[in-house]
Design a protein around this ligand. Structure first.
Ligand code: SF4
Ligand code: MG
Length: 329
């Protein structure tokens, strides 16, 4: 498969105003701290991790809603790390976002028709008849009736609101949709409806998704490849089955141990991690997971492990897998 997006050593730091502990030097929250991965055309790349690990910030930085602190982003081979306003407008058509809370992201005083039409106006489509045709087309694709288009967002259930959010993202015919916890606010019974809709749309339009979620079972059903994030870093990147059958990184192992075993006879030990996730303002030295890791070695406390390829479509950042050829700097 052809590569659609490539992210190289992407960082997004937020300055903490005034410093902390009376310290005047500027401190930073290292929300995203050097992630590297690619996304191929037509696939769903999952980003999984606990809340606060930097998933959402990564998504927003990739689509340039936020300025990256460091690193590079390539979309369709073009470097989009430093683009001007005109190029940004073009990019907005190609990369869209679907948010977790469809209600908060929909203007409550705007009728659904307008909500879905609005991006087309922003993209400079002045022909009203053309816009009308597109709104009806996209409403039909997500399963909204013409009568529903006249209503206000509060008249809809959560699942239907997410259909509106998806319609609005879809109307500019994007190539990549970043879905940030798109079903986390929905009842489990509604989740699969929305996920199935997203799958159908992907097939029909050859869409590529970056699917951000803390929910490992949703990720498992929906994604082709997955990046596991911890404290702003991607600690493991893998094809789905390899990750779920044989996770390499101790953090991935712990996360996955919470899932019910697919083979009832095969007992699985739940791994409980010690301590809490440290602050991203002062991440631990060496491997940032080391204070919580059940496999921690001396080297882990001082030396940062790099992401290294273990197998086709499977990379991990952990000293346990350091091969003789790999030299860390
Ligand atoms: Fe654990 Fe060391 Fe691997 Fe970090 S590098 S995950 S501390 S074994
Ligand atoms: Mg988030």
């Amino acid at each position: 498969r052809e590569e659609l997006l490539r992210v190289e050593n992407l960082k997004k730091y937020f300055p903490i105003k005034g410093g902390v502990f009376g310290n005047t030097t500027t401190q930073h929250v290292k929300a995203v701290d050097g992630i590297t991965f690619n996304v191929k055309k037509g696939e769903t790349f999952g980003i999984v991790g606990e809340s606060g690990c930097g998933k959402s910030t990564a998504g927003r930085t990739i689509m340039r809603m936020m300025e990256p602190t460091e690193g590079k982003i390539f979309f369709q081979g073009q470097d989009i790390t430093n683009i001007n306003k005109d190029e940004m407008r073009k990019l907005r058509k190609d990369i869209q976002i679907v948010f977790q809370d469809p209600y908060a992201s929909l203007n409550p005083r705007m009728r659904v028709y307008k909500i879905i039409e609005e991006p087309l106006i922003n993209f400079g489509i002045t022909d009203k008849a053309e816009r009308h045709r597109r709104v009806l087309e996209v409403a039909d694709q997500v399963g909204l009736s013409q009568a529903q288009l006249k209503r206000l967002p509060h008249e809809f259930s959560g699942g239907q609101r997410q259909r509106i959010g998806i319609a609005r993202a879809l109307i500019s015919k994007p190539k990549l949709i970043i879905a940030d916890e798109p079903v986390s606010a929905l009842d489990v019974s509604i989740q699969s409806q929305v996920l199935n809709l997203m799958k159908d749309l992907q097939k029909e339009f050859g869409l590529t998704y970056i699917f951000i979620s803390h929910d490992l079972s949703v990720i498992k059903h929906f994604c082709d490849r997955i990046g596991v994030m911890y404290l702003g870093k991607m600690v493991e990147v893998s094809e789905k089955n390899k990750l779920y059958d044989d996770p390499l990184h101790p953090y991935s192992k712990a996360l996955l141990s919470a899932l019910p075993s697919p083979h009832p006879l095969q007992k699985k030990e739940r791994i409980i991690l010690r301590g809490d996730v440290p602050s991203p303002a002062s991440p631990p030295n060496g491997c940032t997971f080391h204070p919580r890791c059940f496999s921690c070695m001396e080297v882990c406390k001082a030396v940062k492990p790099e992401l290294q390829l273990m197998d086709e479509n499977h990379s991990v950042s952990c000293h346990l897998y350091k091969t003789a050829e790999v030299e860390y700097v």
